[in-house]
Design a protein around this ligand. Structure first.
Ligand code: NAI
Ligand code: MG
Length: 351
C-alpha cells in the first residue's frame, strides 16, 4: 500500500466547500481501486489567517510544504477584506514561483451532460500547456516621468531554457495523446520573442518525428477555439497566450466551475500544485451550492501526475455520468447541492 502525503490548502470562500468534497471523492477512488491511500495535512492559510496573523501563511510555510508529494489547493481571495494582490501574491503565486512550477496545464473537453455555448460542440478534447514562469509576465521594466511625458516599459522575457522545457513538455504529452502539437505564436507582430519561440518549437519538433505540428497566430487560434476546437490536441503557449486561451477553453466547456489546472514542478526539487481554474466565488460562498467538479477534476489531474491514470480516467467518466444523469449544481443548470453531487459521484464510483 502506497500512502501519499498531500498538503491541503482549502483557502477562502467556496474553496472550503469544494476541497473537502474532492478529498472525500479521492478517498473513494483509492478505496475502490486499492493499492493507494492519501494522508492529508490541512493548512488554514487564507484571508482568515491573514486577519489573525498579518500574513497569508507563516514564515516557514514553504519549508513545511516542501516535504509533501503534492499540494491540493482550493481558491484564494476575499476582496472585501483583503486586497487581491496581497492574498494571491502572499500564497498562491508565492508557491508557484518559489516552487518553480514552470508549467501550467489546463485541459478542456466536451463534457457530457453540460450545455456548451457552442452550437455544434463536436467532441473536442484539448490540453493547453502554458509556460508558467516568464514570458510576458515578467517583472522587468518600469515607469518614468509623470503626466504627459510618462513612459511605461514592460519587457517580455523568453529564455531558451524556459521556452524549450515548455515546448518539450507539450510534445511529451502529445506523444501519449493523439500526437499533434499546435504552437501559439505571433511572429508576424512580435518581432523578437515570437520568431525565437518559433525557432525553438522547430528545433524541439526534430526530436519528435512522429508528432505532427502546426504553428498558428494567437488571434486566429483564439477564433479557432470557438469555431473548430475539435481540431486541436495539445497547444504549447507562452504565459500570456496560454492564460487567455485557457479562459476560452473553460468557456466553451460550459462553466468555469468545472475547469481544472495543474502547476507542474519539473526538476523534482519541490512538489507540484493542483488547483481549479475558478476563484473563491464570494457571491455564492457559504450556501453549499458550489460546483465541486472543478476541484474533483483537479484531483483527477493529481492522480494522473502521481501515476494513476486508470483511476483518473474512471473518476472522470463517473463525473460525466453523474452530470449527464442530471445531478448537477445550479451554475450548470441543475438544482443539486455540492454535497448531493459529491455523494452521487461517490455512490457511482462504488457501484
Ligand atoms: P470566481 O471564479 O471566484 O467567480 C466567477 C463567477 O463564477 C462567480 O459568479 C462565481 O459564483 C462563479 N463560480 C466560480 N466557481 C464556481 C463553482 N465552482 N461553482 C459555481 N459557480 C462558480 O472569480 P472572481 O469572482 O473574479 O474572483 C473571486 C475571488 O477569487 C477574488 O478574490 C479573486 O482574486 C480570486 N481568484 C482566485 C483564484 C485562485 O485561487 N486560483 C483564481 C481566480 C480568482
Ligand atoms: Mg486567467
Amino acid at each position: 500500500m502506497k500512502t501519499y502525503e498531500i498538503a491541503v490548502i482549502p483557502g477562502d470562500g467556496i474553496g472550503k466547500e469544494v476541497v473537502p468534497a474532492a478529498t472525500e471523492v479521492l478517498d473513494a477512488v483509492a478505496e475502490v481501486h486499492g493499492g493507494i491511500s492519501f494522508q492529508y495535512s490541512h493548512f488554514p492559510w487564507s484571508c482568515d489567517y491573514y486577519e489573525q496573523h498579518g500574513q497569508m501563511m507563516p514564515d516557514d510555510g514553504l519549508d513545511i510544504l516542501q516535504n509533501y508529494e503534492a499540494i491540493f489547493l482550493g481558491a484564494v481571495g476575499d476582496p472585501g477584506r483583503v486586497p487581491d494582490h496581497v492574498s494571491l501574491w502572499g500564497l498562491l503565486i508565492k508557491i508557484r514561483r518559489e516552487f518553480e512550477q514552470v508549467i501550467n496545464i489546463r485541459p478542456a473537453k466536451y463534457f457530457r451532460g453540460l450545455a456548451s455555448p457552442l452550437l455544434n460542440p463536436n467532441d473536442f478534447d484539448l490540453l493547453v500547456v502554458r509556460e508558467n514562469s516568464e514570458g510576458e509576465y515578467s517583472e522587468i521594466g518600469g515607469r518614468i516621468h509623470k503626466g504627459d511625458d510618462e513612459i511605461a516599459i514592460q519587457n517580455a522575457v523568453f529564455t531558451r531554457k524556459g521556452t524549450e522545457r515548455a515546448i518539450r513538455y507539450a510534445f511529451d504529452l502529445a506523444q501519449k495523446r493523439r500526437g499533434h502539437v499546435t504552437s501559439a505564436t505571433k511572429s508576424n507582430g512580435i518581432v523578437y520573442s515570437m520568431p525565437f519561440w518559433d525557432q525553438v518549437f522547430q528545433e524541439v519538433s526534430q526530436s519528435y518525428p512522429h508528432v505532427q505540428t502546426a504553428s498558428v497566430h494567437i488571434d486566429a487560434l483564439s477564433a479557432f477555439f470557438v469555431t473548430k476546437p475539435h481540431t486541436f490536441d495539445v497547444i504549447a503557449a507562452s504565459n500570456l497566450f496560454g492564460d487567455i486561451l485557457t479562459d476560452i477553453g473553460a468557456a466553451i466547456m460550459g462553466s468555469i466551475g468545472i475547469a481544472p489546472a495543474a502547476n507542474i514542478n519539473l526538476n523534482g526539487k519541490y512538489p507540484s500544485m493542483f488547483e481549479p481554474v475558478h476563484g473563491s466565488a464570494p457571491d455564492i460562498a457559504g450556501q453549499g451550492i458550489a460546483n465541486p467538479i472543478g476541484q474533483i477534476w483537479t484531483a483527477k489531474m493529481m492522480l494522473d501526475h502521481l501515476g494513476h491514470q486508470e483511476m483518473g480516467q474512471h473518476l472522470l467518466k463517473v463525473v460525466e455520468d453523474v452530470t449527464q444523469s442530471g445531478v448537477k449544481t445550479k451554475d450548470i443548470g441543475g438544482s443539486s447541492t455540492t454535497k448531493q453531487v459529491t455523494h452521487e459521484i461517490i455512490n457511482r464510483l462504488k457501484r
